[in-house]
Structure formats: structure tokens, C-alpha cells
Write a protein that binds this ligand. Structure first.
Ligand SMILES: C[S@@+](CC[C@H](N)C(=O)[O-])C[C@H]1O[C@@H](n2cnc3c(N)ncnc32)[C@H](O)[C@@H]1O
Length: 282
């Protein structure tokens, strides 16, 4: 089984994932854009009920908690993940930030223990794209949305920093990088649209978003540490021999640096990225 399908690997790496998310804030940027395209346009006045599937340590849930409260302070969020350690870390983040409108639960996104017709919005950022059965994950969100409720799902594409880095480094090592890019399995907009339709969504639209993700100005060794514990990386590492393993993460970071030859010592560097956002209505 791939590491990213096994909750134990997400459990083991919840703390380092939290550091990575705090440093890059990548899902935060994209989720706010998605919410502006939907909730921001509709400006609902009644309390909003929002579900965040595969929340991880909760960057999207926390951003959403502030975002939806501006429309109605009674608005609330349910944030779920199948990794109990991710949820423990999210609970800590919620407590540290004095947030009181997020309920968390350990739950499988393929089998939500939630009632039908409950939520106004269902989100999954860089989570559902990793599921073993994405359509089933989408069907579960569809089931728990109220009629007229909306889904927002993100996926990495061929032009995301992950893909670009994997393509260059793994090809250099003589490996087929395509085997290691499940995080961009929905990169084909036609496939993405058809899976949302299969799950029962209407008015489906797939929107490409290009954005450079700024990384903090930290030493290369720290950047490597931030990346190397991610189950997406572990999934590659286990197929490499010892020599290749020592080359892989530093090589990846070298590619990231070379994509952005601006003054790294002064400004840090950014990761070039294109994602797709998928929307649909129940
Ligand atoms: C790359 S992280 C994304 C987390 C968060 N949404 C973010 O934007 O930072 C993927 C998350 O999906 C969770 N996950 C993977 N498969 C899952 C499943 N079947 N049900 C619930 N969570 C799942 C993992 O535990 C992990 O926290």
C-alpha cells in the first residue's frame, strides 16, 4: 500500500506536516481564493455550516473559521481527518488561537459519519485528491451537503512545484516519475470534471489557478527537513537505494531553488505552482 493511503504515516508525520503547512501556507492561499469565488460572491446572511474533509492540521478550517464568521458570527465548521494525530495537532492550533467555531473529528472521508443534507459548503484541499477512491469521497461530500450546497476541491497539476521537482529529479535517477505523483491524479480537468459529475454534482467547473508560494527565508538544511518527512516523499524514498535516498531531497530542493534564481539570501524563494480548483453544486 502507498504511504499516503496509510493513516499511520500521516500520524507519524503530523508534527512535521504542521511545520511545513505553517511555513508554506500553501493551502491557505488557494482555499481563500476558492471561498471568495463562492461564499464571497453569495454573501449568505444565515449561519453557514462548512465541512473540511482531510483537514490535516487545519490550515483551511482555521482560515475558513475567520472567513465565514464575517458573514454570520454563528457560522461553524466541522473538520475531519482519518489521522488522529493530525486532529490532535489541529485541536492544539484551535486552542492556541482561541477559535470556538470548529468541531473536529477523526473520520474516514470515504465513510463520513455525518447526517445527509447538513452542510452548505464541503471542502477538501490537497486531501481528497489522494484518496484511494476519489469518486466515493466526492459522493460522501455530496450526500452530506444540503440541496444547493457547494463543493470545493483542489488538486496539484503537472505545473506544480511537486510535479516539476519530481519530474526533473526522478528522471535524472532513471525512474518513472509518473508513478509517484498521486497528488496530481486529478490534473486532467476533463477527468476531474467527470468524477465530480459521477458523484452527482451539477454546474461543475474546473478553474486553473497559478500562484507562486513564498517560502520563509530559512537555511537549506531546514527546508530539506521540512519536506523529507511528508508521506508523499516517503512514498518515493522506499523505492530508492541508500545512495539515491541521500540525493533525492537535496536534489529536489536544488530544483526548487533553480526555478527561482532571485536573491535567496535576502528574500527566500517561491515555489511555482498551478493547481486546479473543482466546484460543483448539489
Ligand atoms: C496533504 S494533507 C492535506 C491537509 C490539509 N487539507 C491541508 O490543506 O493542509 C492530506 C491529508 O489527507 C488525510 N487523509 C488521507 N486520506 C484520508 C481519508 N481517507 N479520510 C480522511 N482523511 C484522509 C491525511 O491524513 C492528511 O492529513
Amino acid at each position: 500500500m502507498s504511504y499516503y493511503l496509510d493513516k499511520n504515516y500521516w500520524d507519524e508525520n503530523a508534527e512535521s506536516y504542521n511545520n511545513y503547512v505553517e511555513s508554506t501556507k500553501f493551502s491557505l492561499f488557494y482555499s481563500i481564493m476558492a471561498m471568495e469565488m463562492t461564499i464571497g460572491k453569495e454573501k449568505p446572511t444565515l449561519p453557514i455550516k462548512l465541512l473540511d474533509v482531510a483537514t490535516g492540521t487545519g490550515p483551511v478550517a482555521i482560515a475558513a473559521s475567520k472567513y465565514i464568521s464575517q458573514f454570520n458570527p454563528e457560522s461553524s465548521i466541522t473538520a475531519i481527518d482519518f489521522s488522529s494525530k493530525m486532529i490532535e495537532q489541529l485541536d492544539l492550533n484551535i486552542k492556541n488561537q482561541n477559535i470556538n467555531n470548529i468541531q473536529t473529528a477523526v473520520m474516514d472521508g470515504l465513510d463520513l459519519k455525518l447526517d445527509d443534507n447538513t452542510f452548505d459548503y464541503g471542502l477538501s484541499f490537497f486531501g481528497l485528491n489522494l484518496f484511494s477512491d476519489r469518486v466515493q469521497g466526492m459522493k460522501e461530500i455530496h450526500r452530506v451537503l444540503k440541496p444547493g450546497g457547494q463543493v470545493m476541491i483542489s488538486t496539484w497539476t503537472e505545473d506544480s512545484f511537486w510535479n516539476i521537482g519530481f519530474r526533473v529529479i526522478l528522471t535524472e535517477m532513471g525512474l518513472d516519475y509518473k508513478k509517484y505523483i498521486p497528488f496530481s491524479a486529478l490534473r486532467d480537468p476533463v477527468l476531474f470534471e467527470s468524477e465530480l459529475l459521477q458523484a452527482g454534482f451539477k454546474d461543475v467547473r474546473i478553474v486553473p489557478i497559478e500562484k507562486d508560494i513564498p517560502l520563509p527565508n530559512i537555511p537549506l538544511e531546514q527546508t530539506i527537513k521540512m519536506f523529507e518527512k511528508n508521506p508523499i516523499m516517503l512514498n518515493v524514498m522506499r523505492d530508492l537505494n541508500v545512495e539515491q535516498q541521500t540525493q533525492f531531497v537535496p536534489g529536489l530542493i536544488r530544483v526548487f531553488f533553480s526555478m527561482y534564481p532571485k536573491d535567496q539570501s535576502e528574500k527566500g524563494f517561491s515555489l511555482k505552482s498551478k493547481v486546479l480548483l473543482g466546484f460543483g453544486n448539489k
